[in-house]
Design a protein around this ligand. Structure first.
Ligand SMILES: [Fe+2]
Length: 375
């Protein structure tokens, strides 16, 4: 079962993967608004919860300054550089195929855009609590993961606080509980916090390396997609992350090692009916995003992905497990959706740059069967 769960998680991370406009912007001050229009929220502010939910509703993303005192992004950057600069032979000693649960090193070429001539240009390492790490990584990695778990709880509580204040109730299918696909009775859920409450080993950290390349600035290195997680929490050392605005244009999210990027995923959207027309204002939507090469510096990103309970009736006809399975097996249909958004927006560049379809690499081919006990 653990293998199945981790396979799912790794697949989530793989799915967790937008061009034009300015992209050299970095933000440094607490009140700076990035080109994506995202305010930087002070986690200590009395109305941080309301600012956070408003940002998710408007953009599907939120930026939070200094959400935890125990995060050392520069330290993680150093350690990650030490690992990714090693030889392929060394890194492949930690290859994900050598792990029974798909954790470890994912080399270049594992993930690609279907129809594109090149794969997503990144390598990464999947870590979960209790699993191995190369010697250059210290306790900072687990410390980061632990901090992100706590931040995740804080953020889901913020959503619940706003929902309570507004009298917003979760969909009845979630509140009622019911019988899961294995025939077991499951209890209802009354909060987003509980919806996203998981065993500690059911989440994952992805340490991502986009190598320094002095050419092709502006190139898409991680194609347009939405995350299927409930919440994706991310620190990045360089700009490059972009989100697709409601006007169909790409906007920079920015990068600052003190600022957490929060991305609402599909599971959170579905679990709160954020995709329903009647919730067009107050619903939380997952937002299409991508990564471009913004400069000639190596870019490291530290992403923690958090899902929802697997048996949750996340959509009218699908449990979270089934929805994920459908995403994996119906991946091209989802990618088509991305393509139609870009087409509707007139962002032809996005399509010709291989953004149109998103598919999974070899790494997930053997894991699809195991989408059983997901997050
Ligand atoms: Fe993503």
């Amino acid at each position: 079962m653990r293998k199945i769960r981790f396979s799912f998680l790794c697949s989530i991370a793989i799915l967790c993967a937008m061009f034009q406009g300015t992209y050299a912007m970095e933000f440094a001050e607490a009140h700076v608004v990035t080109s994506a229009g995202l305010p930087i929220i002070d986690a200590q502010a009395l109305d941080a919860n309301e600012q956070f939910v408003a940002s998710l509703r408007n953009q599907g993303f939120a930026l939070i300054k200094n959400p935890s005192p125990s995060i050392d992004i520069r330290g993680l950057e150093r350690e990650s550089g030490d690992f990714f600069n090693m030889t392929d032979a060394f890194k492949n000693e930690y290859h994900k195929d050598k792990s029974p649960i798909g954790l470890g090193y994912y080399p270049f070429g594992v993930e690609r855009a279907e129809g594109a001539t090149e794969q997503n240009f990144m390598e990464y390492y999947h870590y979960a609590t209790g699993h191995r790490l190369p010697y250059m990584f210290s306790e900072k990695v687990e410390g980061y993961f632990a901090a992100m778990r706590i931040v995740k709880i804080m953020l889901t509580q913020w959503i619940d606080q706003v929902h309570t204040k507004e009298g917003f109730l979760l969909p009845t299918r979630i509140q009622n509980g019911g019988i899961n696909t294995e025939g077991k009775e499951v209890r209802g859920i009354n909060s987003v916090e509980e919806m996203a409450e998981l065993d500690l080993d059911s989440n994952i950290v992805r340490i991502i390396h986009y190598p320094a390349v002095s050419e092709d600035i502006g190139k898409v290195v991680n194609v347009a997609h939405t995350d299927i997680s409930a919440l994706s929490l991310l620190f990045a050392t360089q700009p490059g992350l972009q989100l697709l605005g409601k006007d169909g244009r790409w906007y920079d999210v920015g990068a600052n090692p003190d600022v957490l990027v929060v991305n609402a995923g599909d599971m959170l959207m579905w679990g709160t009916d954020g995709d329903r027309p009647e919730n067009s204002v107050t619903g939380i939507k997952s937002t299409i995003h991508r990564v471009i090469r913004a400069n000639d510096q190596p870019r490291f990103a530290f992403a923690a992905f958090f899902g929802v309970k697997p048996w949750l009736q996340i959509q009218e006809t699908l449990t979270a497990r089934q929805a994920f399975d459908k995403r994996i097996n119906g991946n091209l249909a989802k990618a088509g959706e991305v393509e139609s958004v870009a087409k509707d927006s007139g962002d032809i560049d996005a399509i010709t740059d291989g953004v149109g379809t998103l598919t999974l690499g070899d790494n997930t081919a053997g894991e699809m069967d195991g989408v059983a006990d997901i997050v």
